[in-house]
Design a protein around this ligand. Structure first.
Ligand code: HEM
Length: 181
């Protein structure tokens, strides 16, 4: 994944736990990289190792950490660095989610080596939809749920998310039921 992902994890950890905690996490993850370059791709394994090390070191379950990272990604990474792109994608949770299937195509123009997830929407009503999430990367479902809550905060709209179909149970992909006020 692009370095901006590792950088965002760093920013979240430093914000809540300080620089020293982050240095220890990097050592635990077995990396000697001083600075992550945003627009340079790094192996996915490194990102997973950082999340695992942060979870161990901070004694926070990975699921909780990934959820928090989803919110952080929307509110502190995407909104702060790509506010224009985010605002152009919709003026409400419903509008934003309906545009989500095309969102990373725009991001790919900035990051040509992007390997984004694929999203689809179905059963769309005024206050709900089913979000279909396709990815070859394992274990990021709590991140997706955190992203939905981040969007809720961005639009000041309470959002409820529940996973209703699970890839690890043999389905082709994960499905989330998203309901907003
Ligand atoms: C301007 C805003 C955004 C940028 C710049 C961005 C960029 C990225 C990048 C760089 C990755 C790592 C993949 C790679 O490097 O090949 C990624 C992954 C991901 N993005 Fe985005 N993204 C943005 C917004 C969003 C939003 C709004 C959502 C959903 C609400 C989202 C959902 C995801 C998910 C779930 C992944 C994990 C990868 C996977 O599941 O395979 N992103 N994105």
């Amino acid at each position: 994944m692009y370095g901006m992902v590792n950088k965002a994890i760093e920013q979240m950890v430093v914000m809540h736990h300080g620089e020293d905690a982050w240095e220890k996490i990097k050592v635990k993850a077995g990396t000697s990289i001083e600075v992550f370059i945003s627009n340079e791709p790094y192996p996915d394994e490194l990102t997973y190792a950082l999340v695992a090390a942060a979870s161990e070191s901070l004694q926070v379950p990975q699921e909780k950490l990934l959820h928090a990272f989803g919110e952080h990604w929307i509110l502190h990474t995407a909104m702060q660095s790509y506010g224009g792109l985010m605002r152009a994608a919709g003026r409400s949770v419903g509008e934003f989610l309906s545009n989500l299937p095309n969102f990373h195509a725009r991001v790919s123009m900035i990051f040509p080596k992007l390997k984004p997830p694929r999203f689809e929407c179905s059963d769309i009503t005024e206050h709900s939809l089913n979000l279909h999430y396709h990815s070859d990367r394992p274990g990021l479902q709590p991140f997706v749920i955190g992203l939905m809550h981040g969007l809720g905060k961005m639009f000041n709209t309470p959002v409820e998310v529940k996973q209703t179909q699970f890839k690890h149970q043999g389905h082709t992909h994960d499905v989330f039921s998203v309901v907003w006020a």
